[in-house]
Write a protein that binds this ligand. Sequence first.
Ligand code: FAD
Length: 465
Amino acid sequence: MTNQPTTRPAAVPPDWEGLRSRLGGGLHRIGQDGYDTARRSYNPLFDKQAPAAVATCSKTEHVQACVSLARDARLPVAARSGGHSYTGYSAPDGGLVVDLGGMSAVDVRADGTAVVGAGARLIEVYAALAAAGRALPAGSCPTVGIGGLTLGGGIGVLTRKYGLTCDNLVSAEVVTAEGTIRTASESSEPDLFWALRGGGGGNFGIVTSFTFATVPAPSLAVFQLTYPEGSVADVVGAWQEWTASAPDELWSNVVITGGAATKCRVNGCFVGPQSGLNPLLDRLVARAGKPSGRSVSQRAYLDAMRYFAGCANRSIAQCGPESLPRETFVASSRVLPTAVADPNALADLLVGRTDMDLLLDSLGGAVSRVDPTATPFPHRKALATAQIYQKTTVDKQPEAARAVAEVRDALARLGARGGYVNYIEAAMPDWGLAYYGSNINRLNSVARRYDPDQVFTFAQSIHRA
Ligand SMILES: Cc1cc2nc3c(=O)[nH]c(=O)nc-3n(C[C@H](O)[C@H](O)[C@H](O)COP(=O)(O)OP(=O)(O)OC[C@H]3O[C@@H](n4cnc5c(N)ncnc54)[C@H](O)[C@@H]3O)c2cc1C
């Protein structure tokens, strides 16, 4: 393998009909029937992007055919797992979308490992694991794809106890730029394996399947404390101290809702019985003040995942993309290395900001016991991620982006300078450093080695950092 760009032949016109036949028919070209549905991302802001074609892949050879065509024609190419990219990077304008939705099988093996097709959505993963009595720490939205989530890290309600999703990755099957199928693990292509655990979706190749270690599915005590207007600074101040000293079993976040007067709620879960959770909640309440609402319930693993997905009252089938609405939003993130010294300053950021939430999601626990250079995810010692999430409409995107940028930059002034690559933002300043810290250097060398001709390149690909 070479680190140098190969001497590439001149671009050839894409042989779409050849690709269609290699895919067994699963190709939607622009202007053809089914294209508009096939190209759709989760966020309607990206409906204006017009890929040249969407390829429906159901086996690894299909992915190889797509990569070969894109490489030879020098077309932008992007894998799509769940289509939830915050920047629409899985729908490249004029390029080829490699839709992995047909590769979504989840096979839980006798040794507890699970082989998950790269196009599986989280709800499919949770349902299949739960049926086998197993669990994997991953995100909350049911329609997020396992592909993008894992490659960017994977944060969720079980991360303090069991680590990031990528920390549980045992191996991955990847189609790299020259169309070769590789297995990446600790013992095979170890640099590629390192890069896949948080180095960001869309880089290095297209993963076709992931093999994860899983844990026995736990019973969870889930909770929500709601606080009235005017209490945000007190709650944030108390929560920062509380989460910093919490046991691994406890995960929580604070969701601050903007507006003329701000308010907040604390959500979370405890891996274990309510009797373990309640004294911890009492300790928070003693510092933060009495909430206006307090709910605690004991849930089996899959029920808890549905609760956090906002699907508690829906069947598994109704938690899929066909049943749930899309959402128009602009978002960004920062990472809090430690507690913000002045919680009032943090609370003030949301004053007057309609339709904006700031979500502080606790890190720590198992996440923090992995060395910051052991995977590309550099925020191992941080207290929490801070996601800025602005609901909007397509015509108000510029105002929304400006509002998000203001809060993002204000958070940086409060000491939160990093960013989480799964909340990727097109305008993030110094994005390579923000997402990856000093790991960007090793990521660059892995990208040069596995993709010397920059087949997998996009606005925030490792090649451009
Ligand atoms: C409503 C919502 C809730 C979310 N909740 C969480 C959460 O709880 N925790 C969390 O950590 N994140 C969360 N996220 C962020 C999410 O992890 C990222 O948006 C992630 O990139 C989405 O992955 P995807 O496969 O759905 O998206 P896609 O748009 O399909 O992919 C995202 C990026 O990864 C690339 N990619 C996808 N699959 C592959 C593959 N197989 N091989 C190579 N590259 C690939 C794409 O090309 C693209 O660049 C949430 C996002 C949304 C919209």
